[in-house]
Design a protein. Structure first.
Ligand code: TYD
Ligand code: MG
Length: 447
């Protein structure tokens, strides 16, 4: 075997990854007749599936996103950018689990026990009872799990775990995959639930966690902006629950606190300024009011800028095209910035109208407001033909807005009568309704 640094197949450098070879079979193995006896498939009806009790972390938002707590023997990947609060969240969960009598083990490959203790001190007395192992050797960690048999074990982070006989550096694809594989095997065999913490960069360009997504039962994403206090936790994959649930947290001095009524927080800050509207959104099964802001300014670039924060960029392009074609709002020579306030990420078609109204308000230099000068609330999906389409849970969205006095809500026309909804059939009609109640403000930005 020769040293190889370049892939003989694709010709790229530094793409080779060391991984463990499967047990060598005899050279003839492939050609021999398979000797193993045939398995016996059974009807699913006859399979016994016991509903095991889940480990509740005692953090309601966390448990809800998990689908009702941690399933024994399962593996959860918690991804997020550095500093977002992964160690804090898992530390708090272990503290509660430990206090409830479940065995909890915190393996830290990044911080010394003293550093972990300093964080725990901020989290309260229960957090100090969690047992910690500061170790990055995979063999030692596996042996410890084997002897300790905790109910839940946190590996913080999976990128620091490495096997000494594999040459790849910690964090390399080979090491990460090997560590996750052995941990998964141990977890299933001993019925230990494992939470893998994984660092994900903002671009999501990380070799580590991505290669693990198929291997774990549940992938959770912890997001938000480090400078902001709000954090959202969402499941992108969950074998044991829905993936639409979102938990909202706020980072405080004593750890993460749950925000059980995020609408109140988000609406509080909205002041009905130019280019601002409130989106009556759905986060999983829960309605949430989120402020959407837009800024439109004459562009000096040949290809004007489209900058988004918390919404999909392609979706914005589509909305701008619909606005231009069907509502007479031309933005071909303007830079457009759109922001979902509070570090929230919205990915549902129901957000279209909010983006459209925010952009139109910014472009016209005309602020939008609802009843009594309150911010204007809206929702609805835009069709390419300029129609305003119905989206799920219209009634719950409106009810949430009514709760904050933000009715009437501008939205798609509905078959059933919804109290507090001002329905429109097209985006043009929705714009007309929205601007008819608005007040012109000085300081128009648009060209
Ligand atoms: P941490 O959980 O260490 O982030 P991660 O493990 O994802 O890298 O915490 C991130 C930040 O949270 C850190 O900058 C300090 C801050 N923090 C608080 O504001 N309050 C607290 O009670 C704790 C424990 C941390
Ligand atoms: Mg950490």
């Amino acid at each position: 075997m020769a040293w190889t640094g370049r892939c003989p197949e694709c010709g790229e450098w530094n793409t080779l990854v060391e991984s463990v070879a499967p047990q060598a079979r005899s050279p003839k193995a492939g050609r021999e007749k398979i000797a193993a006896p045939a398995g016996r498939p059974v009807a699913l009806r006859e399979v016994v599936a016991t509903e095991t009790a889940r480990h509740r972390t005692g953090i309601a938002e966390f448990d809800r996103v998990l689908g009702g707590g941690i399933v024994p023997g399962s593996m959860v990947l918690l991804g997020g950018s550095p500093g977002i609060g992964k160690s804090t969240l898992t530390g708090m969960a272990l503290a509660n689990l430990g206090a409830g009598g479940a065995g909890a083990l915190y393996v830290s490959g990044e911080e010394s026990p003293a550093q972990v203790r300093l964080r725990a001190e901020r989290l309260g007395p229960e957090a100090l009872e969690v047992r910690v192992l500061a170790e990055s050797s995979l063999e030692t960690v596996l042996a410890t799990i084997e002897s300790e048999r905790p109910a839940v074990c946190v590996i913080d982070s999976i990128q620091t775990m490495h096997r000494s006989d594999l040459s790849g550096a910690p964090g390399s694809v080979g090491q990460v995959r090997e560590a996750a594989n052995s941990l998964a095997e141990t977890a299933k065999r001993l019925d230990v639930a494992v939470i893998l913490v994984g660092h994900v960069t903002k671009e999501g360009s990380l070799a580590g966690p991505r290669v693990l997504e198929h291997l774990v039962d549940c992938v959770l994403q912890f997001e938000g902006e480090r400078e902001r206090t709000y954090r959202t936790l969402r499941a992108v994959k969950n074998r044991f629950g829905a993936t639409s649930e979102v938990g909202v947290f706020e980072m405080r001095s004593g750890g993460l606190t749950e925000v059980s009524d995020p609408s109140a927080r988000f609406v509080e800050d909205a002041n009905g300024a130019l280019g601002s509207v409130i989106l009556a959104s759905m986060e999983g099964t829960r309605p949430v009011l989120v402020e959407v802001q837009a800024l439109v300014s004459p562009s000096e670039l040949e290809i004007p800028r489209r900058v988004v924060n918390g919404i999909d960029r392609n979706r914005l392009s589509m909305i701008l095209a619909v606005l231009a074609r069907h509502a007479g709002v031309g933005l071909g020579t303007a830079d457009v910035f759109v922001n979902a306030v509070g570090g929230v990420r919205i990915d549902e078609p129901g957000a279209d109208l909010a983006v459209a109204l925010a952009v139109a308000s910014a472009q016209r230099g005309q602020a939008l407001s609802g009843r009594d000068g309150k911010p204007l609330a809206c929702f609805g999906e835009l069709g390419l033909t300029g129609d305003l389409r119905y989206v799920a849970h219209a009634d719950r969205r409106v009810t949430e807005a009514v709760k904050f006095g933000l009715d009437p809500v501008i939205g798609p026309r509905s078959g059933e009568r919804i109290e507090g909804l001002n329905g429109s059939g097209t985006v043009r009609e929705a714009l007309r309704t929205a601007f008819s109640g608005s007040t012109a403000k000085p300081g128009a930005e648009a060209a």
